[in-house]
Ligand binder design. Structure first.
Ligand code: WTA
Length: 644
């Protein structure tokens, strides 16, 4: 950490960067010393309000009550579309690049307005109104953005479910937030493979009797079942819809969306974000962290089903009137040059992706990159998991030709937007470090007992105070919100991550300290995977841990105990994998499944995951003390039969 290389700030653009070193320090100071004044100024600069707010900030971490700009009236869809029409009606808002390299669409701000209004009117025609929840289960096509913005326009709360999730996972999310309307497509396609979204929706809805309307965007002309009383052919309905739809006036604290994410307990949480503070945070971070300038072509490769897609494909860039690229495909299809070919084709200036993609492409070799120009690129970003130094250096040298700074952005579904990141004109870079806090963000590092550590330190990463984009609640369960994030260390927001801080005040995120896995940047709870495995009739018990994986960052290692006398074989293994695919989706498939006669447990019956992690990591020499186990001999069996 301390002997790491530092890359000084250098000129990377013909523009003067928005923030230089001196300005960062000055603005940061003001943001924490006079937060009301600072945020008030920013809220005026970044957002058009219909009515001003009454209080800037009203936060109490002791009760998990978080409010920003209360009383302020705005509409997010208005801010992302309508206000740009006077100067930018003909500017491209969305570039869509399809799964195949010959497919593209260009959607101007005027077209975006018309499409969003039509979809909003379609929702209204089925009775959707302010406060209703709408589930969106879509491929990466512009319509996913139209759907989100249409909800925002009429005050409905969207809940986007990642298209890779199974019918079972979709069902539980629809039920949890009581969505009555679903927007989907006939099918999606990724890397040449069809994703049967409508068929999955049909399956999920067998158990969701309250869903009365399913809007189906015909994208692939796939062969699908049709339920006449419930299903709506959106392509047909759209023809009858007006291209004007007035915006609903929303309070800053009215909900904008729910997005499910995994925690350390079984059931995913509906993370609730509201309108004013969220929009301010994502617009501001998008401008400053990516040093966004008018006219830039900006591409974030995330999926709309994750928070990165919400904040940095749609809301942040569109609030700033940017051109944002929406990509349906995958980095390796049809060839491993695809990302860079898309960069060249659309002259992308700012590129934001995940370390797992970088590592996968790095493994293919430099030629796939070097055969492309990438001259348009000015800035590179990374998100989702710690980026290892080797991948950082490769991204910097091979992809960016040592010309483009890398912003390693640390944040979470819960934080709404980026909290720790370099600012490209202001922060010398250290590969592997997310560097310094964004404006208004006050991180601290705590020891086990909750003492704040000074200077160079290593411990639990917490936040001392709120920022506008912070989540406001777990949908339908405020107590869970309090218990999950504010009960461990009173007065702090607990991130669930560990971190080191070096002598320069830079933060180095070390990963989750709870039972949350991060597999290829996809977040999932060990308990979710275990619950799925336990559904198999022959499984008595299971325990899932993560282990370092060269490409995915973390792999999934499952230990499974079978009921009396059952022998593990390939057929059962396949059944276990099938169950996980059915319950969660292919992203949660274990990389390794080890049969275990027993698990290491304390005398009170608690599984000692620390030991399982060491076995999964193949670090059996550092297993440590096993004397507190009810039966220390089980460890040897697991060690002898470990898979590596
Ligand atoms: C991890 C994704 C290190 C972290 C935006 C966090 C990171 C979890 C980084 C949130 C980063 C995200 N460096 N770790 N730059 N970015 N993480 O909710 O463990 O899908 O808690 O949000 O990803 O994942 P989520």
């Amino acid at each position: 950490m301390s002997d790491s290389k530092t890359y000084p700030i250098k000129q990377f653009s013909t523009h003067t960067p928005h923030i230089d070193e001196e300005k960062y320090l000055r603005m940061y100071q003001q943001s924490v010393q006079e937060p009301e004044k600072f945020w008030s100024r920013m809220a005026h600069e970044f957002i058009d309000w219909f009515e001003p707010w009454k209080t800037v900030k009203n936060v109490d971490y002791k009760t998990a009550s978080i409010k920003w700009f209360e009383g302020g009236k705005l509409n997010v869809s208005y801010n992302c579309i309508d206000r740009h029409l006077k100067d930018k009606a003909d500017h491209t808002a969305i570039i869509w690049e399809g799964d195949e390299p010959d497919q593209q669409r260009y959607i101007s701000y005027q077209e975006l307005h018309d499409e969003v209004c039509k979809m909003a009117n379609a929702l209204k025609s089925r009775g959707v109104k302010k406060g209703d929840r709408v589930c969106i289960y879509m491929p990466m096509i512009p319509e996913v953005g139209f759907a989100m913005l249409a909800c925002a326009r009429i005050g409905a709360i969207h809940s986007v479910v990642f298209g890779g999730f199974s019918p079972e996972a979709l069902k539980s999310r629809i039920l949890d937030s009581d969505c009555r309307v679903v927007i989907t497509a006939d099918a999606g396609v990724r890397g040449g493979k069809t994703v049967p979204l409508k068929a999955n929706t049909d399956k999920a809805l067998q158990h969701c009797p309250d869903v009365h309307s399913v809007f189906v965007v015909k994208h692939r002309l796939a062969d699908i079942d049709w339920h006449a009383e419930r299903d709506i052919d959106y392509n047909e309905l759209k023809k009858e819809m007006e291209s004007e739809c007035p915006v609903e006036t929303m309070d800053a604290e009215d909900p904008l969306f729910i997005l499910y994410t995994s925690g350390s307990t079984g059931k995913p949480k509906g993370v609730l974000h509201t309108s004013g503070g969220y929009l301010l945070h994502v617009a501001m971070t998008h401008k400053y962290i990516f040093d966004y300038h008018d006219g830039d072509i900006y591409w974030c490769t995330a999926d709309a089903g994750w928070i990165t897609g919400h904040s940095y494909i749609f809301y942040g860039p569109l609030a700033n009137g940017a051109t944002t690229l929406v990509f349906e495909g995958v980095p390796s299809y049809p060839t491993p040059s695809r990302f860079w070919q898309v960069v060249d084709k659309h002259k992308v200036n700012i590129f934001y992706t995940a370390p797992t993609a970088i590592r996968a492409l790095m493994a293919v070799g430099d030629d796939a990159v070097k055969s492309t120009s990438r001259k348009s690129l000015r800035l590179l970003g990374s998100v989702g998991e710690p980026i290892n130094v080797e991948a950082w250096e490769w991204y910097y040298k091979v992809v960016g030709d040592e010309r483009c700074p890398i912003v390693d952005t640390w944040w979470q579904t819960e934080t709404g937007g980026i909290l720790i990141s370099p600012l490209p004109g202001a922060t010398p870079l250290k590969p592997g470090s997310a560097t310094r806090p964004f404006f208004g963000v006050q991180p601290a590092i705590l020891d086990q007992d909750g003492n704040e550590l000074d200077g160079k330190a290593s411990g639990y990463l917490v936040m001392k105070d709120s920022w506008p984009g912070q989540m406001r609640s777990v949908y339908g369960d405020h107590d869970r919100f309090f218990q999950t994030y504010f009960s461990q260390y009173s007065g702090y927001y607990f991130t669930g991550d560990g971190a080191n801080r070096d002598e320069d005040g830079y933060y180095w995120i070390t990963g989750r300290v709870d039972d949350v896995l991060n597999v290829s940047g996809h977040r999932m709870g060990t308990a979710e995977v275990e619950n799925a495995l336990d559904l198999h009739p022959l499984v008595a018990e299971s325990a899932v841990v993560g282990y370092p994986h060269d490409i995915k960052g973390q792999g999934i290692y499952a230990f499974v105990i079978f009921k009396n006398g059952v022998e593990f074989n390939d057929e059962i293994k396949q059944q276990l994998i099938d169950i996980i695919t059915e319950e969660i989706g292919p992203i949660a498939k274990p990389d390794k499944i080890q049969w275990a006669p027993d698990l290491p447990k304390t005398r009170s019956g608690k599984i000692m995951r620390r030991i399982l992690r060491k076995i999964a990591e193949n670090q059996v020499d550092s297993i440590g003390d096993t004397s507190t186990l009810a039966d220390p001999s089980v460890v040897q069996h697991l060690i002898d039969n470990r898979l590596h």
